[in-house]
Design a protein around this ligand. Structure first.
Ligand code: ADP
Length: 458
């Protein structure tokens, strides 16, 4: 079985969010199952700066699509002023060039696995411009939706950059309320569709979560499955994480307290083991429930807790959280940047990890935090509902604290339930141990993807 992964971001080359983690880790897990993998991504400035490394792990080859006019920029998709206006052209080029590079190389995949709108034109190209080329005959496609909120929509005038005829600009194909929607190409033309959690696969067929594409998804519901993301357990391991002050694991969790003290020192908070430390690491986007967080910060800071935020994104949230941090420097540490090392120290040094998302296709933060023994407080939506459940002292299950309604009081109440368990040391230790023992590795999900590839290959 040969598979090409197409993703606009891939760890360790370029990352803005969870897609990069998935595209970097899932190939390695599939490789262990005997799949021969290659990965394709654009050669952004940040990729070029990292040098000529062209493999993930030991065996996974990487195709870097080159075009300095398109990719030699500071951002992957945009900058503080917003998205780049030529993103459709940039990623149409990426899709076309990826298919050409395959033909130039000796790698002919059985399946091309595309991720999100940036690679969604590939299934269309196979069924249009390459339809009669024997090299591409029989190649199957999988399109995975990591986030339906980003569709790559562009003005009608830009349609020609895609390079296919007007017969593909219809309501059944790429047209979307008068605009061009590249994500629809993936949803309509891929042989199989997946999304990153079972709950999200159901949610996106409803108007509330479908972002206008619920009809298209409903028509393909028999081809759509939800496969939960995992995390790379070697990459995310508090026992060997080089970014931490002290390693720890489930048998010997003592290092976690030292990591907490080191984190408090690093972020300028009072060094105090007894104060509950809440962390949040996120893109600063409306999706992530930051308005709920902003709405309870004042109450939280009255409660003798500490809060560390690490994130970057929408300008309005930069302004908002900078202001809040200035008011409460001893209790709130705001780090408005992307910082992989600090992220690891927050996962390790925190007591709780917050994800009050409005919607969350899968979410990796809750799984990483559990891996580091840090207890997630989440809104029950998408993959958060598939991975976190309420802990009740004395009860059997549960690994975190949850709320359902998108409401600041519900969020605050979940935090308060968490803090009550935190003060009850015996139950707290039990909960932390349970978190450290949980398994969200890729093994099971990689198997599900392989089954899907095998089914397609026939
Ligand atoms: P999404 O893909 O919607 O951004 P996920 O929870 O699936 O959300 O994945 C987010 C990933 O990006 C996690 O690995 C998280 O640690 C990381 N991340 C997000 N923001 C930052 C940041 N400012 N600095 C470092 N890592 C970050």
């Amino acid at each position: 079985m040969k598979v090409l992964f197409c993703s606009s971001e891939v760890v360790p080359f370029a990352k803005t969010g969870g897609l990069a983690d998935v595209a970097g880790a899932l190939p390695l897990a599939l490789e262990k199952l005997g799949v021969k993998l290659a990965v394709s991504l654009p050669r952004y400035k940040i990729v070029a700066e990292k040098g000529a490394r062209v493999k993930i792990g030991r065996h996974v080859d990487v195709f870097l699509v080159e075009n300095d006019g398109f990719y030699d920029r500071d951002g992957l998709y945009g900058d503080r002023n917003g998205d780049y206006p030529d993103n459709l052209a940039r990623f149409a080029f990426y899709c076309r060039r990826t298919l050409e590079m395959l033909k130039e190389s000796d790698f002919r995949p059985d399946v091309i696995h595309c991720h999100d709108w940036q690679s969604a034109l590939i299934p269309l190209y196979l069924k249009s411009i390459h339809k009669n080329d024997p090299f591409y005959q029989g190649i199957k496609t999988v399109f995975t939706v990591h986030n339906l909120g980003y569709q790559g929509t562009a003005p009608r005038e830009q349609y020609p950059v895609i390079g296919v005829g007007d017969e593909f600009f219809t309501m059944q194909t790429l047209e979307f309320y008068g605009k061009v929607n590249p994500m629809k190409a993936g949803l309509v033309f891929a042989d199989a569709l997946t999304t990153v959690s079972p709950t999200y696969s159901r949610e996106i067929q409803t108007p509330e979560f479908g972002c206008g594409l619920e009809g298209v998804l409903g028509e393909r519901k028999n081809d759509l499955t939800g496969i939960l993301n995992g995390i790379d357990y070697d990459e995310w391991d508090p026992a060997s994480d080089q970014a931490l002050a002290a390693p720890y694991n489930k048998r010997n969790p003592a290092g976690k307290a030292r990591d907490k003290a080191a984190l408090q020192k690093e972020t300028g908070l009072e060094i105090n083991e007894g104060v509950p430390l809440l962390g949040i690491i996120t893109r600063l986007a409306d999706q992530k429930g930051l308005d709920l967080l902003a709405g309870i910060v004042d109450e939280l800071l009255k409660m003798k807790i500490q809060l560390i935020l690490l994130g970057t994104g929408d300008e309005k949230y930069h302004v908002l959280f900078e202001k809040l941090a200035k008011k409460n420097p001893q209790l709130l540490s705001c780090n408005l940047k992307f910082d992989a090392g600090l992220a690891r120290r927050i996962y390790a040094g925190g007591d709780f990890f917050l994800m009050p998302s409005r919607y969350e296709p899968c979410g990796l933060g809750q799984m990483i935090s559990l891996r580091y023994g840090t207890i997630p407080i989440v809104r029950l939506t998408g993959g958060l509902a598939d991975t976190v459940s309420e802990y009740r002292p004395g009860g059997a299950g549960g690994n975190g604290f949850c709320f359902q309604e998108y409401d600041r009081r519900a969020f605050l109440a979940a935090i308060q339930r968490g803090l009550a368990v935190y003060r009850d040391k015996k139950n707290w230790q039990k909960l932390v141990k349970r978190a450290l023992e949980s398994d969200f590795s890729w093994n099971r999900s990689a198997r599900q993807y392989l089954d899907l590839y095998l089914k397609l290959k026939g």
